[in-house]
Ligand binder design. Structure first.
Ligand code: IVH
Length: 698
């Protein structure tokens, strides 16, 4: 076969594979077997390997993904991606319909569609081929996720027919059908990984996976519902959607043109029940004005079009029997009651367990064993019990008695003031607390130690190799390798992961310590504010509360953490091991604000408060959340609260307006030497002289 023949064959194979992908993923009606499909795909793959220069970037072989890490480039949307205004009631919907009809001044045609619960995507087609796929992002800019989207079978890489515009965008939802979602969570459970909360999070998370090969295996789907472009062929939304279906896109079958409020309400009522039998999640109905001329007439607000509205369904409920209650002990000792239920189908999945939150909640709802209870699915993975069907209560039922002792170690439970949960106080020897803390410590977002999953940690703990997080850095390689089910390779892996974790930045180390209430974000703020672990450990409650996002509750928890001798010993051991206990010095733009504590208050035109805070830090200052005697000055934008202003005046704190603040930092920039690359040797940095402007303003 000549090269020409081969290249011709490649084009033929692409055509056939495109056709069969459409049959399979869009029409759900394949006419060849998976085996035959794979044979065609492999033939094309082999040819592309032979003639890489002739391979099409939109080849069906791209659907299997690659294991190259993708960096997502932030790109601007050609047309901004708006969101929708919501309504939850039939009255509001009626008002909306009336308003639209009044403004248009005559008959209006509406299109009713399902509201898919996934993550929005904008696909750009140029010359009939997929050129770009971008996430919604902030509506103006999103992430370019084209390589990942190519792996989704129902997204056409090449369009059919010849009446599509040369350039247009089509928008829709990337969804994870329940079947894929359940399979994924089963796999994650088996691997000891945390479960994904719902198909929406799973779809969004998958789309941002760095390896498109992983995306290809996750079973995503894509349904389209909106076109944008300057040369769309028809004058109505509906006709363009139907054209898009002919071009090969997956367009929902459940779209209706409605002309009256009654027709719209009937569509909603029908789908409120019927959606339960759909294989994917929906959370409402979207009602859109059909005619583009009418849409233009109605226009948009800054956030959403006036010509569309989303009617949201009530969360789905199911009624089932409460069989028993388990009590879980978390890493902080918090006790969580979990209900075991008679299995029941809810929003596409079978529910066997539900959260009961705490003793108060159980008492408030008077939930008793044997009751028929209502379960609802919110955004969380575990559904919650929201009420009891009293008419079905067994006659011999008795009020629920909450436990008084830890189910794991037998210690008497305690309550903290203002907290609804019970806690097991046996921090140092209650097994699930110890193991939970270690599991938290090695998590990806914390120290990210590979090879140490839940089971391995338990194994290490049971064999006496670790008692607390610091032991991870003193593991004996020989004893480790000798553990059952481990072996030398896994042991070496773990040790390598442990070594690598020494480079984890301070803010994540702080998060990893597992101080109560100190989550990822709080840890970041604390690290930025105090710079070192020693400064945090030495800070008083008042000083701690000065850091952004740190309130009395968190401050108390931090003080309590460092008051414990056990914790101080662990911290010292971690320090010896070489963990980072200090923030890396950021390259400052100037040190105009060195040593200054600043409060940003009110609104600023063109800059968000976070931008303003970043400016303070870039110039060497610290952001404080509240006005106190420690504040050097306040930058006041529009609408600064009167209480704050009064307090500042009382304390004699200077208030700068935006211009004064910008002059201050701009002057600072001038006196700082231009940035130079860091010298190879670690020279101590010369301390900057106080800038003249500081002398004038303070
Ligand atoms: S139309 C300019 N139609 O819901 C209007 N959106 O809560 C563009 N969504 O951002 C959106 N199903 O991600 C439209 N049939 C549907 C939809 C839908 C789901 C999503 C979309 C939107 C969000 C707003």
């Amino acid at each position: 076969m000549s090269r020409n023949d081969d290249i011709q064959r490649m084009a033929e194979l692409i055509k056939q594979l495109d056709y069969h992908s459409h049959k399979y993923y869009v029409e759900n009606n394949p006419d060849i077997s998976d085996f035959e499909f794979d044979a065609l795909l492999r033939e094309l793959q082999a040819l592309e390997e032979r003639y890489p220069e002739a391979a099409d970037p939109n080849s069906p072989t791209r659907r299997v993904g690659s294991d190259l890490t993708t960096e997502f480039e932030s790109v601007e949307h050609r047309y901004p991606m708006q969101s929708l205004s919501n309504t939850y009631s039939s009255e509001e919907l009626g008002e909306w319909i009336e308003r639209i009809t009044r403004e248009i001044g005559g008959e209006v045609e509406f299109v009713c569609e399902l509201k898919f619960d996934g993550t929005a995507i904008s696909l750009c087609y140029e010359g009939g081929t997929l050129s770009r796929a971008v996430t919604r992002g902030d509506g103006r800019r999103g992430d370019d996720v084209t390589n990942n989207v190519r792996t989704i079978g129902s997204v056409p890489m090449r369009l059919r027919g010849d009446d599509y515009p040369a350039l247009f965008e089509i928008r829709g939802e990337i969804i994870m059908p329940y079947a894929s979602f359940d399979r994924l969570n089963r796999e994650r459970e088996a691997a000891g990984e945390p479960l994904l909360a719902n198909p929406r999070n799973a779809a969004a998370g998958t789309l941002k996976q760095q390896s498109s090969q992983v995306v290809a295996h996750r079973g995503l789907d894509c349904t389209l519902y909106h076109l944008a472009g300057d040369e769309l062929p028809y004058a109505t939304h509906y006709d363009n959607l139907m054209a898009a279906r002919r071009w090969g896109f997956k367009i929902s079958d459940n779209i209706r043109i409605c002309r009256t409020r009654a027709e719209i309400e009937a569509f909603i009522a029908y789908w409120d029940t019927e959606r339960k039998s759909l294989p994917y999640a929906t959370d409402g109905v979207v009602i859109k004005v059909n005619s583009y001329a009418h849409q233009r007439q109605l226009g948009s607000t800054a956030k959403a079009p006036r010509w569309a509205v989303a009617y949201k369904f009530q969360a789905e409920k199911a009624l089932t029997r409460l069989l028993s209650v388990d009590f879980q002990v978390g890493r902080t000792g918090a006790i969580t009651p979990v209900a075991n239920l008679d299995p029941v189908l809810l929003a596409g999945t079978t529910v066997k367990r539900a959260s009961l939150h705490n003793a108060e909640q159980i008492a408030l709802l008077d939930i008793r064993l044997g009751d028929m209870v209502y379960v609802e699915k919110g955004g969380e993975i575990i559904p919650k019990i929201t009420g009891v069907e009293l008419s079905e209560r067994p006659s011999n039922s008795v009020p629920f008695e909450y436990i008084t002792h830890c189910p794991e170690c037998g210690s008497e439970l305690i309550r903290y003031e203002g907290e609804a949960k019970h806690y097991c106080p046996n921090v140092s020897s209650c097994p699930p607390q110890i193991i939970g803390r270690i599991e938290h410590f090695v998590r990806r977002k914390a120290m990210d130690i590979e090879g140490l999953g839940g089971e391995t940690i338990e194994l290490l703990w049971q064999n006496g190799l670790i008692h607390d997080i610091s032991d991870i850095y003193h593991l004996d390689p020989v004893r480790l390798a000798a553990l059952p089910r481990l072996g030398e390779k896994s042991a070496a892996n773990i040790l390598e992961g442990v070594r690598a974790s020494l480079n984890v930045p301070f803010e994540r180390v702080l998060f990893a310590l597992g101080i109560r209430f100190v989550g990822e974000t709080t840890a970041k703020y604390l690290a930025a504010h105090f710079r070192t672990l020693d400064a945090i450990a030495a800070a008083t409650k008042e000083q701690l509360s000065e850091a952004e996002e740190v309130g009395a509750k968190i401050a108390d928890a931090i003080v309590e953490y460092f008051a414990s001798e056990d914790n101080r010993r662990i911290v010292e051991s971690l320090r010896e091991a070489g963990l980072r206990f200090e923030s890396e010095d950021k390259q400052l733009t100037s040190n105009a604000l060195e040593g200054k504590n600043v409060v940003i208050s009110g609104k600023f035109e063109g800059l968000s408060r976070d931008d303003m805070k970043a400016l303070v830090e870039e110039h060497g200052g610290r952001n404080l959340a509240a006005v106190s005697a420690n504040v050097d000055f306040i930058v006041a934008g529009d609408n600064m609260g009167p209480a704050k202003r009064q307090k500042a005046e009382k304390l004699g704190i200077k208030i700068l307006n935006y211009e004064e603040f910008m002059t201050l930092v701009a002057e600072g920039e001038k006196v700082v030497e231009p940035k130079r690359p860091k010298p190879a040797t670690e020279e101590p940095k010369p301390k900057q002289e106080t800038t003249p402007i500081q002398g004038t303003l303070f």
